[in-house]
Design a protein around this ligand. Structure first.
Ligand SMILES: NC(=O)c1ccc[n+]([C@@H]2O[C@H](COP(=O)([O-])OP(=O)(O)OC[C@H]3O[C@@H](n4cnc5c(N)ncnc54)[C@H](OP(=O)(O)O)[C@@H]3O)[C@@H](O)[C@H]2O)c1
Length: 319
């Protein structure tokens, strides 16, 4: 495995959100451990070396399982990229809602907790999970600077942020924002739609217009979460699915035959075909599906195929 890490690395990031199965205090089972280790090994065998986590995933079990793998394979640590996030406090609001918290002391304590679970001295990247409208930005700056200076985090990123938010952070925090992890996929292509249909009609929102181009200009790596729409187009369609879902599923299957890969590979290749170097963060734990996903780097969809998928998923003609 270690030898495989020297090969070309994939643009796919492996998302560990499912490690440990349930978001509760059920202890980690032997099966959970085996499933997580099998997934990590399948990722590495496929050239995937970046792993995405968060303090909240399965209430910490996800980080604990990644930590067990690192503890058992210490020579891997320097060859893989570990990113984790903090800033969401689960179910702490009224109605059982989550609330967001980017206050410095809280983030520092979450980073320390993550490091402890992950059995590592440093995070390759620490990400703010969501924007917090109550953020005190000077306090955030001091915290991120001190985490960087102490070597606990090697780089800094964000998630679910508009480029306006990023510009605001950048205006105060003198540390590069290396990545923004946002929802993006064939079935959730708002950032792209807003870019292309800018100024289309009076009802359009266009709130995400500019995100893609801004990231390219400012060298913020975009990472796409739920890049396979959680399997929406990959399971056999049934009569409850709408026409766009059925057509997209058929289209993915047709192109899978043409390019001799799986439909999931085609769906990821659709993201990779854009010029913005967006990195899909995949979530399956099945080793075969992880290996299939990694093949997306080798597929170059032709222009019409790429557009046909986009049009199918939108369910309407382009203007
Ligand atoms: N920053 C954020 O706010 C945020 C939010 C959500 C997620 N994330 C990150 O993004 C990662 C991925 O999210 P996601 O799990 O929603 O992404 P996804 O890759 O779009 O969805 C994975 C789901 O699709 C299913 N699926 C069905 N057919 C599949 C096929 N042929 N190939 C692959 N998967 C198939 C998988 O089922 P099986 O497991 O049965 O294969 C799994 O349940 C997470 O692990 C997490 O790291 C970040």
């Amino acid at each position: 495995l270690l030898f495989l890490l020297l090969m070309k690395t994939s643009s796919i990031i492996y998302g560990c959100m499912q490690f440990g199965r349930s978001w509760d205090n059920q202890p980690i089972s032997i099966q959970d451990r085996k499933a997580a280790f099998d997934a990590i090994e399948a990722a590495i065998e496929s050239g995937i070396t970046a792993f995405d986590l968060a303090d909240i995933y399965t209430l910490g079990k996800s980080e604990t399982l990644m930590g067990s793998f690192i503890q058992q394979n210490p020579s891997f640590r320097s060859k893989i990229f570990i990113q984790t996030k903090a800033g969401i406090r689960l179910h702490q609001g009224i109605l059982g809602s989550n609330i967001y918290d980017l206050s410095g002391d809280y983030l520092r304590s979450q980073v320390e907790l993550s490091l402890d679970r992950l059995k590592t001295d440093y995070l390759d990247m620490f990400m703010l999970h969501r924007p917090d409208p109550l953020v005190q930005i000077q306090n955030l700056r001091e915290t991120i600077e001190s985490l960087m200076e102490s070597g606990l985090i090697k780089s800094f990123g964000v998630s679910n942020m508009s480029f306006h938010q990023i510009e605001w952070l950048r205006s105060v925090i003198p540390i590069p924002i290396k990545a923004n992890q946002v929802r993006f996929s064939l079935g959730h292509s708002l950032m792209l739609d807003d870019e292309v249909f800018f100024n289309r009609d009076r009802h359009s929102d266009n709130s995400s217009a500019g995100t893609l181009a801004h990231a390219a200009v400012e060298s913020v790596e975009l990472q796409a979460w739920s890049p396979l729409d959680k399997g929406l187009y990959l399971q056999a369609p049934d009569e409850t699915d709408d026409a766009a879902v059925i057509n997209t599923s058929l289209q993915l299957n047709k192109l899978a035959k043409k390019y001799d890969v799986s439909p999931a590979t085609i769906q990821l290749a659709w993201i990779l075909r854009l010029p913005y170097k967006i990195r899909p963060v995949i979530g399956t734990m099945k080793p075969d599906r992880i290996k299939e996903a990694a093949q997306a780097d080798n597929v170059q969809l032709d222009r019409k195929d790429w557009y046909d998928l986009w049009i199918s998923a939108k369910g309407e003609r382009l203007p």
